[in-house]
Design a protein. Structure first.
Length: 203
């Protein structure tokens, strides 16, 4: 038996040597392979979502990313996002955080009519804060038409977005407003060449 085993070893010594070498490499790689980073589940946008959109299950998904890449406001489950309004436009695969959604408290007592109005920064938009009431005007040539009186600001832009999508403002941004059905129709019916401006209403 020993002679037969020795004969087999001698006969297949090259194959055995190659197998042992491969096993040694595999074990070495497992020893030196870096420990994977901690990962966390985050909510992302499946596609581009406009400001003022009520989020559905088709708009969001979850993915896993290194924990070091996220911040406290990022959602880790899609449930809190479903049915909420986006406070600004979202881009494909963007992480979705609480600041990207309109606070449900600010919607209390309001109807379901919301519009996103693009305003030039030169109009002082940086001083507008959520919760205040404004009048919205549509400007064409030398005329100005009041299209939404006493609209409530639900979300106002900042100079830049938070997180990995931080970018400087490009000169125009959106206000998300709570309006009446008639006002929503008036805003939506304005031609594309219209410029919207706003004035803050007094207390």
């Amino acid at each position: 038996m020993k002679r037969r085993l020795l004969a087999h070893i001698l006969r297949y010594r090259r194959e055995l040597s190659a197998g042992c070498a491969g096993l040694a490499v595999l074990l070495t790689l497992n020893l030196i392979r870096p420990v994977p980073h901690d990962v966390s589940t985050v909510v992302i946008a499946r596609h581009t979502v406009a400001a003022g959109t009520r989020i559905t299950e088709q708009d969001v998904a979850t993915t896993q990313v290194p924990t070091s890449h996220i911040w406290p406001e990022v959602l880790t489950d899609t449930s809190p996002a479903i049915g909420q309004l986006t406070s600004h436009a979202l881009v494909t695969h963007q992480f979705i955080g609480r600041n990207d959604l309109v606070n449900s408290v600010s919607l209390a007592g309001l109807g379901s009519n919301f519009v996103a109005v693009q305003i030039p920064w030169s109009g002082g938009i940086e001083f507008i804060q959520p919760g205040i009431h404004i009048d919205v005007y549509a400007h064409r040539s030398d005329s100005a038409l009041l299209v939404a009186a006493d609209a409530r600001v639900l979300s106002a832009p900042t100079q830049s977005s938070s997180g990995i999508f931080s970018v400087p403002n490009s000169g125009n941004d959106f206000l998300l407003l709570a309006v009446t059905t008639e006002q929503a129709q008036d805003v939506a019916s304005q031609p594309q060449d219209v410029t919207f401006t706003v004035t803050v209403r007094g207390e």
